[in-house]
Design a protein around this ligand. Structure first.
Ligand code: ADP
Ligand code: ASP
Ligand code: MG
Length: 406
């Protein structure tokens, strides 16, 4: 049996926590399981390093910023190796570069191209524990790159695939994937299983418990992820291919994202190419447009409303204002206080009336829906940010997700 164990920021937040993680690794190693480890930086450390770079120079050169923020993981990897030696476990820490994580050159959001890790396999064959820094790799020239925030999950899954591990165990500060963020709904239900497809929606719609790319990667390679707590010794949530034995509620969970802003351009001519004319320049600026609604307001005139990440709002507003002058739009409106709430579930495919129940529940809670978008297994609404917690709680109860034993 071969596994990759990944420990997130809170799990390695200080010397005591790292000692505890070493005990977990040792227990696995003692059972004869070939165990490779991926670690995050101590929680708060990546933010601290980014702030230091910004203090030095707000637009620091990306290459140097990556070289700096990759150091957080190096500290925890070495400390864990030291502690494992103290416990009598042979362990070797490796940076992403040393471990063979080859990425493209997009600093701060690099993609993994290959993991050349035969030397790590050799450690496993010799019953030794390789420890790899998450969140990082190097491009073809050996320049250090980072994968984007939360990227250690992706490092762990990529390593599990490269090492042909049986499972990727991701240890964090919650007991598993819950029906919604347990910080908001205390009676959220822990899920024993979730399909990749649902987890992918969950993650991409804002549930930060697993990074989106890591789920996509695991899904493509059928790598099971066991998300579990490093604080409590209980089994967590298995993320895997859907099978017919999975217990099915209509809705599996509720996700949210507060990092949203909304822009409306009103009174533009209703003719071919207008949507591309508005959204093209936004895409060229590498801004991700999410929910889009277009409708005819008056005869021959259109309104287009769309959402962007809040951090891109100012730039997107600037671009749209320029475009609106060219298109002779009537006006441009912006709102930085919106958020997205989504219900997710493969059960939706076979049940009618789910959207209606969602809208009725929100109406009863006095929550105004500003935009709606749907896919086969999710319905998303854009609402006022202040009402997010109320919306989540109301939907959680309405779709029978509350854990009554809590
Ligand atoms: P780590 O540092 O271990 O990578 P993260 O902070 O990235 O941990 O992810 C764990 C957090 O995700 C939890 O503390 C929890 O508040 C949050 N979270 C959001 N949605 C969910 C969910 N549906 N189930 C479990 N945790 C969730
Ligand atoms: N340390 C990185 C971050 O804080 C990567 C991770 O923890 O997954 O984003
Ligand atoms: Mg994380």
């Amino acid at each position: 049996m071969r596994i990759v164990q990944k420990f997130g920021g809170t799990s390695v937040a200080g010397v005591e926590r790292i000692r505890h993680v070493a005990e977990l690794v040792k227990a696995s190693w003692e059972q004869g399981i070939e165990t490779a480890v991926v670690v995050s930086a101590m929680s708060g450390e990546t933010n601290r390093l980014i702030a230091l770079a910004n203090e030095m120079m707000p637009q620091a050169v990306e290459r140097e910023k990556d070289a700096l923020i990759a150091t957080g993981e190096q500290v925890t990897a070495s400390l864990l190796a030291i502690e494992l030696h103290r416990l009598g476990v042979p362990a070797y820490s490796y940076t992403g570069l040393q471990a063979g994580f080859i990425t493209d050159s997009q600093h701060s959001r690099a993609r993994i191209l290959d993991v050349q890790c035969d030397h790590l396999s050799t450690h496993l064959d010799a019953h030794e524990v390789p420890i790899v820094t998450g969140f990082q790799g190097a491009n073809a020239y050996g320049h250090i790159t980072t994968l984007g925030r939360g990227g250690s999950d992706t490092s762990a899954v990529a390593l599990a695939i490269a090492l042909k591990a049986d499972s990727c165990d991701i240890y964090t500060d919650v007991d598993g994937v819950y029906s919604t963020d347990p910080r908001i709904v205390h009676c959220a239900k822990k899920l024993d299983f979730i399909s990749y497809e649902e987890m992918l929606e969950f993650a991409s719609l804002g549930a930060k418990v697993l990074e989106t790319r890591s789920v996509g990667l695991a899904m493509r390679h059928h790598m099971p992820i066991h998300l579990r707590s490093s604080f409590h010794n209980i089994s967590g949530t298995l993320v895997k291919d859907e099978d017919n034995n999975m217990e099915r509620a209509v809705i599996t969970g509720v996700a949210y994202n507060r990092d949203e802003a909304k822009i409306t351009i009103m009174g533009i001519p209703d003719c071919p190419g207008v949507a591309a004319g508005v959204l093209g320049p936004i895409a060229q600026a590498s801004i991700n447009v999410d929910v889009i609604v277009q409708n005819v307001s008056e005869e021959r005139y259109n309104d287009i409303t769309f959402t962007v990440p809040r951090s891109d709002y100012a730039q997107a507003m600037h671009i749209v204002t320029e475009v609106s002058q060219k298109l002779q739009a009537r006006k441009v409106l912006g709102d930085e206080t919106v958020a997205k709430v989504s219900i997710i579930g493969v059960g939706m495919r076979s049940h009618a009336g789910v959207a209606n129940q969602m809208f009725a529940t929100l109406a009863k809670a006095g929550i105004n829906i500003q935009m709606i978008t749907t896919s086969e297994i999710k319905i998303t609404v854009v609402i006022c940010e202040k009402q997010v917690d109320d919306a989540i709680k109301a939907l959680h109860t309405s779709f029978d997700l509350d854990d009554v034993t809590v």
